[in-house]
Design a protein around this ligand. Structure first.
Ligand code: AMP
Length: 403
């Protein structure tokens, strides 16, 4: 079969990652990750053939960043020019209620995404910016595909996605729980179907990265999840508060001269582990804990408790009929201490840790995936690395081949 090149594009609020793949082998030829877009400290890292090349230059916005990235791919002879690319997959944070699966982007899709910018004010504008730039330089018959973080969660029942607020807020403004990390949950669900040899699986998946959420999955579909209208809700995270009393917002506005936007930004960027301990990375928090730092110990205990709380809630919501609990993403895959402490608290549910197995699974240990529960455990507990990019790539490839 003839080899073809595809791009996977992931636009963050001030970052942009573009990966170049060769299909159908799914071989990653290179990726370029630009950080601090819009700042004079903007820099990018190009990875290819095990090599890492770092460069810097001020790039004023995401379309300048993507233009630079494509130039790098040409300069390093990874592509001759843009006509080498047979499809582009874009990670899009929010699909509102419009999308429960990935779609080929056309005028209507772009219009729909633009109509919900308020639901993802930091992430959707850069994604739209990049999509429009790519459309302007690529032929119309080369598919650009949107893969939404929210899509997997569209199966949630109303009883779980509605907030107990005036109903017209939902009807007029779309105020409801949407959920995020959906692409990761889709990947893990498919992996677990294969591992467990079942067509439909019931899971509790803990995606614990710098952003963190948990999903209850019934018959391979989302039943409930912890993030909400935005990714601020649910678990305590690296820099996000997770669920708090909403009155804190007005209270702090009155006590300080901060605006609603500034307090919301503090809840997103200066809260969670960072707010309590001063550090947002689990590794740094645990290093401080090793030195007896009380705030770090407190922050770890708090985050552990929110994870335990939602696993227990979802265990009951799934009527105890759970095929597996799965830990994934940066901390879920690698933080042996966090997993151990969470699992110790789950003992009343009959969930029992195999300490040795847990110690052996992390990217810097013998295994990257595996079962970390004891044979007597009522539910098997797995560690499984997630791979959102492969989902975006495969959706794009499938849509391109069926276009
Ligand atoms: P992600 O957002 O999935 O890339 O996860 C990134 C986060 O995972 C980091 O901010 C860390 O808090 C956490 N993490 C990554 N590696 C480790 C590790 N070896 N031990 C503990 N936490 C880790």
């Amino acid at each position: 079969m003839e080899k073809e090149k595809y791009l996977v594009v992931n636009a963050g609020s001030s970052s942009l990652k573009v990966s170049l793949y060769e299909m159908p082998d799914q071989e990653e030829l290179a990726n370029v990750y630009v950080e601090k877009i819009g700042s004079k400290d903007c820099f990018w890292t190009l990875k290819m053939n095990g090599e890492k090349i770092k460069k810097s230059a001020p790039l004023k916005d995401h379309s300048e960043a993507v233009e630079k990235i494509l130039q790098e791919l040409v300069d390093y002879k990874l592509i001759a020019d843009i006509s080498d690319i047979m499809g582009v997959g874009h990670r899009v944070l929010h699909g509102g209620e419009f999308y429960s699966e990935s779609v080929k982007i056309d005028k209507d899709v772009l219009k729909n995404i633009e109509s919900i910018i308020d639901l993802g004010p930091l992430h959707l504008p850069p994604a739209i910016n990049v999509i429009k730039y790519m459309q302007s330089i690529m032929k119309e018959d080369i598919p650009q595909v949107a893969v939404f973080d929210t899509a997997f969660h569209q199966t949630m029942p109303k009883v779980n996605y509605l907030y107990p607020v005036p109903y017209e807020w939902y009807e007029k403004y779309g105020v409801r729980k949407y959920g995020f990390h959906g692409t990761s949950y889709r990947y893990i669900t498919k992996t677990m179907e294969e591992k467990l040899g079942k067509e439909n699986v019931n899971l509790i998946v803990c995606h614990i990265g710098s952003g963190a959420s948990i999903a209850a999955i019934k018959d391979s579909k989302c039943l409930n999840t912890t993030m909400g209208l935005t990714p601020l809700a649910g678990l305590m995270m690296g820099t996000r508060s997770g669920d708090i009393d909403p009155s804190i917002l007005e209270f702090i506005c009155k006590k300080t001269d901060m605006s609603v936007g500034e307090v919301t930004s503090a809840l997103n960027k200066k809260s969670g582990l960072k707010g309590v301990s001063g550090e947002n990375d689990f590794r740094d928090v645990e290093e401080l804990m090793g030195k007896g730092d009380e705030k770090a110990i407190l922050a770890f205990e708090m985050i552990k408790n929110t994870i335990v709380k939602f696993i227990s809630e979802y265990y009951v919501e799934l009527d105890g009929d759970v095929d597996a609990i799965v830990f994934t993403a940066g901390a879920g895959e690698n933080d042996i201490d966090l997993r151990r402490e969470v699992m110790k608290k789950l003992k009343p549910l009959g969930i029992i840790l195999d300490e040795q197995a847990n110690d052996s699974v992390a990217k810097f240990r013998a295994n990257k995936s595996g079962i970390i529960s004891d044979s007597t455990s009522k539910v098997e507990v797995y560690v499984e690395p997630t791979d959102e990019e492969s989902v975006i790539l495969m959706d794009t490839y499938t849509i391109a081949k069926n276009a």
